[in-house]
Design a protein around this ligand. Structure first.
Ligand SMILES: CC(C)(COP(=O)(O)OP(=O)(O)OC[C@H]1O[C@@H](n2cnc3c(N)ncnc32)[C@H](O)[C@@H]1OP(=O)(O)O)[C@@H](O)C(=O)NCCC(=O)NCCS
Length: 140
């Protein structure tokens, strides 16, 4: 079931951050700042697992993070989270959604292409020197 983040989801959200290499994770302090500045988060709750198995962060019209626990991948969880994020962005913004993704994150890029995102710009040093992003946009 997809729903908005609740306070009790923080441990699960921080567990999902461990899907990323150490230098790519958001720390709790950073996520708190994002929340203070209006970022939204949707989660997929799985009651058998007793917690959340995936989450997506949205900042304005931007998808800023997405992760699914390894044991739950390949079942459409991320696809449902992207659908929820896009529905929210569509209601709240001017008709475009955007994101930066690492070109090496192939499963994520395939997912975004499937949801109608189009690669717009390669940014060679976006995350750090030699750590590029592919900027993608979806027009509703
Ligand atoms: C990228 C990521 C979020 C995808 O999560 P996911 O839940 O496995 O994604 P989905 O299940 O929606 O889609 C993945 C694949 O499973 C397939 N799939 C979806 N539902 C399915 C189902 N019911 N049965 C079988 N396969 C299914 C999809 O078609 C897709 O196939 P494809 O990659 O060949 O196109 C996950 O791999 C992850 O957390 N990676 C690490 C963090 C990361 O890279 N995040 C993105 C940063 S921008």
């Amino acid at each position: 079931m997809i729903r908005e983040r609740r306070l009790e989801d923080w441990p699960g959200i921080m567990r999902l951050e461990r899907c990323f290499p150490t230098n790519q994770r958001f720390c709790r302090k950073m996520l708190d700042i994002m929340v203070d500045e209006g970022a939204m988060c949707f989660v997929e709750a799985d009651y058998d697992h007793n917690g959340i198995v995936g989450c997506i962060w949205i900042d304005g019209n931007e998808i800023s993070s997405l992760a699914v626990l390894p044991a739950y991948r390949g079942r459409g969880v991320a696809g449902r989270l992207v659908d929820a994020a896009l529905a929210d962005i569509r209601k709240a913004t001017n008709g475009t959604a955007q994101l930066d993704g690492r070109p090496a994150a192939v499963p994520a890029l395939r997912l975004y292409l499937r949801h109608g995102f189009v690669p717009v710009k390669f940014k060679p040093n976006y995350y750090a020197k030699g750590d590029p992003s592919l900027f993608m946009v979806k027009v509703f």
